[in-house]
Design a protein. Structure first.
Length: 246
């Protein structure tokens, strides 16, 4: 009996979710619109009112709708920032997931930098320039330096003027900031990383300002490859200028 009730609940949620999704995509429902009553929705979807009520409460927790006293259920604009927490908790618990996220980051940022070369304005150039200066100022600091690195790459994505790429990048921001910080810690073992970090980011900045998407893409990819190589060297126990004895 409990399994049957749970299955019915899942089915009811899926129907209510599909109802909202399809109408939002079709444009017949927009943020701020009020849904039909629970009674009408239950009748239209062929499920019980309690199931509709439970589904709407679940959707409220997701920020998709809001239940207002004496008004009813209203469609809201979801807070995309919650994806950051979701991905951080969900992916951080999976082994080797960070490497997979980093590959997704390469795809997002390389497309973003191409768009940035076409769409970036003066404000975007200034944001990148400030981030570049911060990288230089914090080159010996793991925490502040890691955040400076993240802000520079985030500035690239923002300069793309692509809301979708920005949402995707923001959704894994928690994992990315952790990755940037861990790479900054490698500076202690590999002092040459200081020059690499400053010069590479400057070259990336110059390519964007020059509006050269091919050079910007190639420079960014090379930047990622060099960073991965330092990480590999750290894993096998190398130090700058010598290999650690085994």
């Amino acid at each position: 009996m409990e399994l049957k009730r749970a299955a019915e609940g899942d089915k009811g949620f899926q129907k209510v979710f599909a109802f909202l999704r399809d109408r939002l995509l079709a444009g017949s429902l927009k943020p701020g619109d009020r849904l039909i009553s629970e009674r009408e929705l239950a009748s239209q979807l062929g499920v019980s009112r309690p199931l509709v009520r439970e589904a709407l409460r679940a959707l409220t927790m997701l920020g998709i709708v809001e239940i207002r006293d004496r008004i009813g259920t209203v469609v809201t604009r979801p807070d995309i920032s919650v994806l950051n927490d979701f991905f951080t908790f969900a992916l951080a618990q999976q082994a080797d997931m960070l490497d997979d996220v980093m590959q997704a980051r390469v795809a997002i940022e390389c497309q973003a930098i191409r768009l940035a070369c076409e769409r970036a304005g003066i404000a975007d150039f200034e944001r990148l320039q400030r981030a570049l200066a911060k990288i230089e100022e914090t080159i010996d600091e793991a925490d502040a330096g890691g955040m400076a690195d993240f802000e520079f790459h985030r500035a690239i994505v923002l300069a793309s003027r692509s809301e979708t790429l920005t949402v995707l990048h923001n959704s894994v921001a928690g994992l990315l900031t952790r990755s940037h910080r861990s790479r900054r810690e490698l500076v202690q073992s590999f002092p040459s990383m200081k020059t690499y970090l400053i010069d590479d980011h400057r070259r990336i900045f110059e390519a964007v300002v020059a509006r050269d998407p091919e050079r910007a893409d190639a420079t960014l990819r090379k930047h990622f490859e060099i960073g991965d190589e330092y990480r590999r060297r750290a894993v096998v126990g190398e130090k700058e200028g010598r290999k650690a004895s085994r």
